[in-house]
Design a protein around this ligand. Structure first.
Ligand SMILES: NC(=O)c1ccc[n+]([C@@H]2O[C@H](COP(=O)([O-])OP(=O)(O)OC[C@H]3O[C@@H](n4cnc5c(N)ncnc54)[C@H](OP(=O)(O)O)[C@@H]3O)[C@@H](O)[C@H]2O)c1
Length: 244
């Protein structure tokens, strides 16, 4: 069913960069449940295979947002991309005083340049009813002081990037989901104890006393794909965390 405001995902092709785990995987799961065909993209073959199996079958492709050629190659041979979702991103943190600026700047490559390559390569495959969802984050509104200054700049930039693209690429819609703390493998880089400490502290500070689940973000992204009147929007799914 395609009405003025509700776009069916039945038979739609949804490409998810970052689809092997966390928010991207949950998005693929929710889209598939609504009849979409999904293609999962990430850097690690084993994770993609596990995710594809967990979905009961999905196309997969290995690519790194930092590598233009690999991002473009994802779309080779594709006939159509109805929706492009980019949740790919890692925690490239470090305080400026003791980190090489080029290491920090990689966050811009991953979150701005990578999506730029992907969108450029996908555009000719997208119908006028298509849409793009990029991923921002709570750091855009709420700085941490914990070595995330360039990620904060990147996610703030993602919001401005998406708003401008929404005008430039019309009628293709471009939106951003901005997560607060969500329970995903993103925090595994801090080790089991570090991960638990970060997430427990975050949960205590939130009005609801808990952090978010990946499926709650997947549900929000699918809303952005389906509602044809939502455009140039930044949808905060953060349990109210940006105000505490
Ligand atoms: N979880 C949170 O609390 C939270 C909060 C705010 C914002 N976010 C943002 O939400 C997005 C999704 O995070 P998540 O929590 O779902 O994390 P996640 O579970 O670690 O998922 C990240 C996904 O992106 C892929 N990926 C990472 N770097 C990539 C790259 N350079 N090129 C291609 N694929 C890449 C990962 O697979 P491979 O590692 O195998 O490539 C994985 O599929 C990220 O941008 C994150 O910064 C998350």
């Amino acid at each position: 069913m395609n009405t003025a405001t509700q776009t069916s995902l039945d038979g739609a092709h949804v490409v998810v960069f970052g689809g092997s785990t966390g928010i991207g995987f949950a998005t693929a799961q929710a889209a598939k449940a609504l009849g979409a065909e999904v293609t999962l993209v990430g850097r690690t073959r084993a994770r993609l295979d596990a995710a594809g199996s967990a979905l009961g079958g999905a196309a997969t492709a290995v690519a790194d947002m930092m590598d233009r050629g690999s991002v473009e190659a994802v779309f080779a041979g594709m006939a159509r991309v109805d929706h492009l979702v980019i949740t790919a991103g890692s925690l490239r943190t470090g305080k400026l005083a003791d980190t090489d600026p080029d290491v920090l700047l990689a966050a811009l490559s991953e979150r701005i340049a990578g999506p730029l390559y992907a969108i450029k390569a996908a555009l000719h495959l997208m119908p006028p009813t298509g849409s793009i969802v990029l991923t921002g984050g709570q750091l855009s509104d709420r700085p941490s002081g914990n070595g995330t200054s360039v990620i904060a700049a990147a996610v703030r930039g993602v919001e401005a990037f998406a708003r401008s693209l929404a005008l430039e690429l019309q009628p293709i819609r471009v939106n951003v989901v901005s997560p607060g703390y969500v329970d995903t493998p993103l925090f595994d880089a801090f080790g089991a104890e570090g991960r638990a400490a970060i997430l427990e502290q975050a949960a205590r500070a939130l009005p609801g006393g808990r952090i978010g689940r990946a499926d709650e973000l997947g549900d929000a992204i699918v809303f952005l794909l389906r509602n044809a009147y939502v455009n140039a929007e930044v949808l905060h799914i953060d349990g109210g965390g940006r105000f505490v």
